[in-house]
Design a protein around this ligand. Structure first.
Ligand code: SF4
Length: 253
């Protein structure tokens, strides 16, 4: 299967650890008793395997938890830059609470395709937005600020995906929920967590809490040595042919 694989969005979660505790966190980071945290070796291997199978991705996002709490975030970003010719944008999404180190700024300034998205939750939580912006401007690093508080919050504010319980819905209704969902749609198509790509953070939470089993047909395991490249590419293609995933039955969408 020599098919060229082009994806619109992929998010690499480097850690579920976070210095904030957002109730409606999109990946449910505060709900993990022991938030998964990934080693730099595992993340490098995940990036390599991903780009063995994927020819191009419009946007490759590094996220958490809070990605800047990962002590080796500079090394991880530098590694992702190896593949910058295969992406249109290399993004970090941060909560604006931790100013980047000089080491990180020096890495991020290596490409104009690097673009930082600062989610601003207000001065009390996103304490270092101004300092962060100062550093990005000094190093000529692109950034965007997304206001996430007040009546004019981005897209009307938080989306509540926290209620995970089997919903009383027909298969058709679940398929409609999935069809309208931002994850398979214009937002993230792929969330890489610990080497496995899932459709969204809700799926991972459902698996972690034992609500659903980790179903082989519903993820792409980039670190599975028994899968050859052809199998991996087929799995990616199958991702786009689904009516919905098991977790969607438990999700408000
Ligand atoms: S579980 Fe399904 S409906 Fe819910 S966020 Fe994920 S893809 Fe969307």
């Amino acid at each position: 299967m020599n098919e060229i694989i082009k994806l619109s969005n992929t998010t690499l979660v480097v850690t579920f650890r976070c210095n904030l505790k957002c109730k409606l966190c999109a990946v449910s980071a505060p709900y993990y008793k022991e938030p998964p945290h990934y080693s730099v070796e595992l993340l490098k291997k995940s990036i390599d395997r991903y780009f063995e199978a994927v020819d191009h991705v419009d946007k490759f996002t590094v996220n958490g938890g809070e990605p800047l709490v990962h002590p080796q975030i500079a090394e991880i970003m530098d590694y992702a830059l190896k593949y910058i010719d295969r992406m249109d944008m290399l993004e970090i999404i941060t909560n604006g609470s931790i100013a980047p180190s000089k080491e990180l700024a020096q890495v991020l300034q290596k490409s104009e395709k690097v673009d930082i998205l600062i989610d601003d939750y207000g001065k009390e939580l996103s304490k270092n937005v101004d300092k962060m912006i100062g550093i990005f401007e000094e190093y000529h690093i692109k950034y965007r600020r997304r206001k996430y508080y007040g009546s004019d919050a981005h897209l009307g504010g938080w989306v509540d995906l926290s209620n995970i319980s089997l919903k009383d819905r027909s298969e058709e209704d679940t398929a409609q929920i999935y069809k309208n969902c931002a994850y398979p749609g214009p937002f993230h198509c792929f969330v890489l967590m610990g080497g496995k790509a899932y459709i969204c953070g809700v799926y991972k939470r459902c698996v972690s809490e034992g609500v659903i089993p980790d179903i082989e047909d519903e993820y792409v395991d980039f670190l599975n040595d028994s899968w050859n490249l052809e199998v991996t590419k087929k799995k990616i293609a199958n991702f786009y042919n689904r009516k919905f995933f098991s977790a969607c039955k438990y999700c408000s969408g």
